[in-house]
Design a protein around this ligand. Structure first.
Ligand code: LLP
Length: 426
């Protein structure tokens, strides 16, 4: 069951009516339901109960500290891709031994911070990065735990911008190079080989791409074993899809059934890196209609949220559900585009929606818990939206709406300052 349902004709988040949330906190506001995060986490742990599994939530999906704390308390570890995400995870008391560090461009200070924290594993993305991590670890007198992220060259059949496991993408190490690189890694001081990793893409709705990738991963694991290179975990990344419109439920149990005998036979722990699956449908973007207008054939509702708050429709053409806060009594007559105030035609949140909207109406853009706030910006000098956490009939702000003062502050000191740096002589 969704945490966002109509009760007495009004859309609620758990037991809190969204019109009351708008009144208390203003709009646009991201509203998150704690219960949904818990239910999604439970669905994963239930499906993988027969396997020794570490769920590392992909922080990039929604990095709000209260979301991270909620997941930590459920037992999750974290998949990070920057020093900033490491700091966020540590600030909510994450167990460093449950943190994996992914990403194609890890920088020196980030590598050092992760080593100092004692993370579980670096997911290494290239030969150059492998040597670099080894050099830094050795200089720091540390052993960097590593897995190689291989690129299994499978098509995850999702949006091209979020397909990562094809040989043409920038991610991972070609399968054909992996064995040789593990052999090199074994000889390098400063490294401790721990596992094997892949992540093939995001919003994947069928099991086949995973099965293709897994077959290739186990073949590699067996070749490694034959060469005397033992690993203790297999990380299959994230990417489990969610329902935005009419997508099927992701077949978690089929995935665990395909993995269980093979992992057990090799005594491997499984690491999962779900982001979207845990948080997408736990959140909505609550927004208010400012104006409606008709341009020729087209009807528009201009709302106070925009592409700077929720970029997915503009960037991927993503279609997310639209739920008017007051339950519609009748079907809409004319389809309407829901657009923001930003000066770009690409600034739309939904196209051709079958809802009737009038000025001051409140609307929830569904499935906005993942890759909403985390991809937001100040474009058009718009302050970032507030974020609110709901549990039952209780709500609290978990990120204040960004004020104009907060936006201007980092620039004010430079406004009238003297120049401080001269170019070096040529
Ligand atoms: N692990 C790695 C190494 C990743 O790169 C990602 C996502 C994940 C895990 C989590 O994937 P998830 O379970 O959330 O699908 N902005 C896009 C999604 C980009 C995903 C990037 N990497 C969107 O809004 O659809």
């Amino acid at each position: 069951m969704s945490s966002f349902e109509y009760q007495n004709g009004l859309l609620h988040c758990e037991q809190f009516p969204l019109d009351a949330l708008a009144k208390a906190f203003g709009t646009p506001t991201f509203v998150y339901a704690a219960g949904s995060i818990g239910a999604a986490y439970q669905a994963i742990t239930d499906a993988f109960t027969g396997i020794d599994t570490l769920v590392c939530y992909a922080v990039k999906a929604n990095a709000n500290l209260s979301v991270l704390k909620c997941l930590k308390e459920l037992g999750a570890g974290f998949d990070i891709v920057s020093g900033g995400e490491l700091a966020r995870a540590l600030s909510v008391g994450a167990d460093p031994n449950k943190i994996v560090f992914s990403g194609v461009g890890k920088q020196d200070d980030e590598i050092k911070a992760a080593l100092a924290a004692g993370i579980h594993c670096f997911n290494v993305e290239s030969e150059a990065e492998l040597y670099h991590i080894a050099t830094i670890a050795e200089a720091e007198g540390q052993l960097a735990p590593i897995s190689l992220r291989v690129n299994p060259d499978v098509d995850p059949k999702t949006h091209p911008y979020i397909s990562t496991g094809l040989s043409t993408s920038k991610f991972g190490i070609p399968m054909a190079d992996a064995l040789g690189l593990y052999q090199r890694a074994k000889t390098l001081k400063g490294l401790a080989i721990k596992g094997l990793d892949c992540h093939i893409g995001s919003q994947i709705t069928s099991i086949e791409p995973y099965l293709d990738a897994i077959d290739k991963m186990f073949a590699l694991i067996d070749s490694l074993a034959a060469e005397g290179i033992a690993i203790t975990h297999l990380d299959i990344g994230g990417g489990m899809g969610v329902r935005y419109q009419d997508e099927p439920d992701f077949p978690l149990r089929e995935l665990s059934a395909a993995l269980e005998p093979r992992l057990k036979a090799r005594q491997l722990t499984l690491i999962l890196e779900p982001g979207r699956y845990l948080v997408a449908n736990a959140g909505v973007l609550l927004t208010k209609v400012l104006y409606t207008k008709v341009n020729g054939e087209k009807q528009f509702a201009i709302v106070d949220a925009a592409m700077n708050d929720l970029l997915r429709p503009a960037l991927y053409g993503a279609a997310q559900g639209i739920q008017p806060v007051k339950k519609p009594q009748k079907a809409a007559t004319t389809p309407i585009d829901i657009v923001g105030p930003i000066c770009e035609t690409g600034d739309f949140l939904a196209k051709d929606c079958a809802v009737d909207l009038a000025a001051t109406d409140l609307v929830a853009i569904a499935s906005a818990g993942a890759y909403g706030m985390s991809m937001s910006s100040n474009y058009n000098s718009r302050g970032r939206a507030a974020e609110v956490f709901v549990q039952g009939d209780q709500a609290r702000v978990v990120r204040e709406r960004e004020s104009i003062d907060a936006q201007l502050a980092p620039e004010l000191a430079g406004l009238n300052a003297a120049f401080t740096h001269s170019a070096p002589p040529s």
